[in-house]
Design a protein. Structure first.
Length: 287
């Protein structure tokens, strides 16, 4: 939705078709397998409409599906060498300081060895960045070194979307870090690094990572050499969506009650204007 309102023509392939997201107590539905994905791609190829500027991938649970994605991305890059592959390596997260994976563990080596090397932009959270590099992050310096390790694996742009690092603004803020590496004509590389501190919202939302990756794709497209502005617009729009969502959820839940999953569904449609033209309420610091 956010890519469409920002002017992108989107062809969607549902890696899963569920009744609802998995933040609910129950869900029903189907998981697309690699053969089914291949069949859909064959259809595009037969009609010669397999020319894309971007590929964006997120949540998947199946290793063969993920391997098929890599094959397709490589073929699409032959069609269009300028294609940008944005990968959100969805594997897990930290709760109360403890990290755990919510996809099968055998996805990790596929992401690490096959997917990340063909990706141009990746958006792991801190836990996923640690999994991919085998290195723990305790300080901002660690995080910058981990991002360098991730650059060395392939991607030009790395954004650690959330972390449990201490924010300079205080405990009520969440830190995201970004790094963009560009190779100049003479072969030298320049790296732009930024830190974004955004106010924490006291609730558990589902889909924020998807929203972040999609908006980062759009804003890096519109500001290709300015990761600072792209991240400011992405994180500011996120804040608008989350603040609207929590406000609405609290009203629905009623005084003193904790909002449930249905009430915490992201208010995407209601935030259309903020997604299209976000008022910058979160600034990034150049490191």
């Amino acid at each position: 939705f956010c890519l469409q309102v920002l002017g992108f023509e989107v062809d969607t392939v549902n890696s899963v078709q569920f009744s609802n997201h998995t933040g609910y107590a129950h869900w029903k539905g189907q998981v697309l397998n690699s053969d089914e994905l291949h069949e859909l791609y064959e259809g595009l190829k037969l009609n010669k409409v397999n020319r894309y500027d971007y590929v964006l991938t997120g949540y998947t649970r199946d290793t063969s599906f993920l391997a098929m994605v890599v094959d397709i991305v490589q073929e699409l890059k032959q069609q269009n060498p300028n294609l940008v592959y944005v990968c959100d390596p969805v594997m897990g997260d930290k709760w109360n300081g403890e990290g755990s994976m919510y996809v099968p563990k055998d996805l990790l080596p596929v992401y690490r060895d096959k997917v990340v090397p063909v990706a141009d932009i990746i958006t792991p959270n801190q836990f996923e960045a640690e999994l991919l590099t085998g290195r723990k992050i305790y300080t901002e310096k660690d995080a910058l070194e981990v991002m360098d390790m991730l650059h060395a694996m392939g991607p030009q742009t790395v954004v650690i979307t959330s972390s449990d690092l201490q924010a300079p603004l205080g405990n009520d803020y969440l830190i995201a870090l970004g790094s963009h590496r560009k190779t100049k004509a003479d072969g030298t590389t320049i790296t732009q690094r930024i830190r974004v501190e955004s106010p924490k919202v006291d609730a558990v939302f589902v889909g924020t990572g998807d929203l972040f990756a999609a908006m980062l794709l759009a804003w890096t497209h519109k500001h290709p050499n300015n990761l600072k502005v792209a991240c400011e617009k992405t994180v500011s729009a996120m804040q608008h969506v989350l603040q609207r969502t929590i406000k609405s959820a609290k009203v629905q839940a009623g005084e003193g009650n904790k909002p449930n999953s249905a009430q915490l569904e992201l208010r995407m449609v209601q935030s259309k204007k903020d997604i299209e033209n976000p008022e910058i309420i979160v600034k990034a610091t150049v490191l």
